[in-house]
Design a protein around this ligand. Structure first.
Ligand code: ZN
Length: 199
């Protein structure tokens, strides 16, 4: 689901941007009627309004108080929860990173073993993991998802996240895969870092 479509559907007229922020939270939940309820499961983005006082830390993640930051901006600053329990929020910045010509077999083994990732698709064409973290945050709406890692045709790795903090978090499990083979440590060397695109 496209996050901007979700934003367009909200009735913003009834909400006061000077008293709170919009929070986007993505959830994964099994689909009981599917042949395999766990794969791919159902994904949903739920928007909520987080009341914020002037003296609270601004949910945009700036480190300033709301009153000295986003409170009186003439537009909405949508945010999303950071990975982890009680880890605060960050400004919504949808982005992706693509790694090409990778050895998919090695990478997929590493990612499959990572407790923070949950595999929701496993076919020859595509493997797909969503980042839950440890412990996974279970709510009545589903398990909170903080980003996605996709292995396409065993040679392209695509990471998508909707904030800078999330993208940094997502890089960590993937780096384990690169670290396994120093000859292919282009991810950590910095000189051939992935292309980050903001949509
Ligand atoms: Zn702010």
């Amino acid at each position: 689901m496209n996050i901007l479509d979700t934003l367009a559907k909200i009735n913003l007229l009834g909400l006061d941007p000077s008293r709170g922020v919009l929070v986007f939270t993505a959830y994964w939940r099994p689909q009981p009627s599917d042949p395999n309820p766990e794969q791919p499961g159902e994904r949903a983005i739920i928007t909520s309004y987080l009341r914020t006082n002037a003296g609270d830390l601004c949910p945009c993640g700036s480190g300033k108080h709301f009153g000295a930051c986003c409170q009186f901006l003439p537009y909405w600053q949508p945010v999303c929860p950071n990975p982890g329990m009680h880890a605060g929020y960050s400004l919504l910045v949808p982005q992706s990173a693509t790694f090409t010509n990778i050895s998919g077999d090695e990478i997929s083994d590493f990612l499959q073993d990572d407790q923070r990732l949950y595999c929701i698709e496993d076919t020859k064409q595509r493997m797909y993991w969503t980042y839950w973290g440890v412990p996974a945050l279970k709510t009545p709406s589903g398990i909170v998802s903080f980003g996605d890692i996709e292995l396409i045709k065993n040679h392209t790795l695509l990471m998508t996240a909707i904030s800078d903090v999330r993208m940094k978090t997502l890089h960590k499990p993937a780096e384990l895969g690169y670290a396994a083979d120093p000859a292919r440590s282009y991810n950590t060397s910095g000189e051939a870092s992935p292309e980050i695109t903001t949509r």
